[in-house]
Design a protein around this ligand. Structure first.
Ligand SMILES: C[S@@+](CC[C@H](N)C(=O)[O-])C[C@H]1O[C@@H](n2cnc3c(N)ncnc32)[C@H](O)[C@@H]1O
Length: 226
């Protein structure tokens, strides 16, 4: 059952300490859409190592977060020197925490795809209830993974069906769900009254150590509260 698998998987990674830095695609996308950082309330759902929250704090935002892993909450409190009341320990596959604030931005990178379908739908609804007027809502997830069919020249960067095959190369234990376009479109349509989709962009990364044969395409969807 997905709920248990997700909990088990992330529990095992409770003390993993990744060396991360903030997502430039996220910050550029927000800037391009006139998001003002100073004195705004932001909530990062599934903040992990907390690298994006640290960047928001640098830019003057009031930071808040939700996480399944207690160690990550301890880490962000230490890193940011922000009071612990701003961080919520919770499993979104069980419930959404009680938040006594409203936010200018709620965002979630690579976390929505660990939620059951019904909790994905609840997530859109709960975030809407916690957004201020004209607030921004952003989700990001790996849309596709591609692998080179033949080991070509490493400088060959043309991404075409000719050179790449669809493939999913996350480790077997990782319970990630790859969201199909039709599923995400259905969620967007069900939430048309709540949000307006204002931007859909992607970035890519190669995950392998030795070559660039494996490519992940990450989707960013930015909404504005109606
Ligand atoms: C792939 S990591 C992404 C971390 C961070 N957002 C980033 O982009 O670097 C997913 C994060 O979501 C958290 N997470 C996964 N399932 C969750 C759930 N059901 N409820 C709350 N947090 C969850 C994990 O603990 C982990 O830190």
């Amino acid at each position: 059952m997905l709920l248990k698998e997700v909990k088990r998987y992330w529990n095992k990674l409770e003390t993993e300490n990744l060396d991360m830095c903030a997502s430039f695609t996220l910050f550029r996308l927000l800037k391009n859409n006139n998001f003002k950082f100073k004195n705004t309330n932001v909530l990062d759902v599934g903040f992990g190592e907390g690298q994006n929250l640290v960047e928001f704090k640098k830019r003057g935002a009031n930071i808040h977060g939700i996480e399944l892993r207690k160690e990550k909450i301890k880490k962000i409190i230490k890193l940011s020197k922000i009071k612990k009341n701003n961080f919520y320990h919770c499993d979104l596959n069980i419930s959404f925490p009680k938040l006594n604030k409203k936010f200018n931005l709620i965002f979630s990178l690579d976390t929505f795809n660990y939620l059951t379908r019904s909790k994905q739908l609840d997530f859109f609804k709960n975030c809407h209830n916690h957004l201020k007027k004209n607030g921004f809502f952003l989700i990001h997830y790996p849309q596709m993974q591609l692998i080179k069919k033949k080991d070509k020249d490493i400088f060959d960067y043309e991404i075409s069906d000719k050179n790449y095959a669809k493939s999913y190369f996350f480790e077997k234990e990782n319970p990630i769900i790859f969201l199909k376009n039709k599923d995400i479109i259905e969620i967007i349509n069900k939430n048309k009254k709540r949000y307006k989709l204002i931007s859909s962009i992607f970035d890519t990364n190669t995950v392998s150590k030795k070559n660039s044969s494996k490519l992940t395409i990450n989707r960013f969807l930015l909404f504005k509260k109606n």
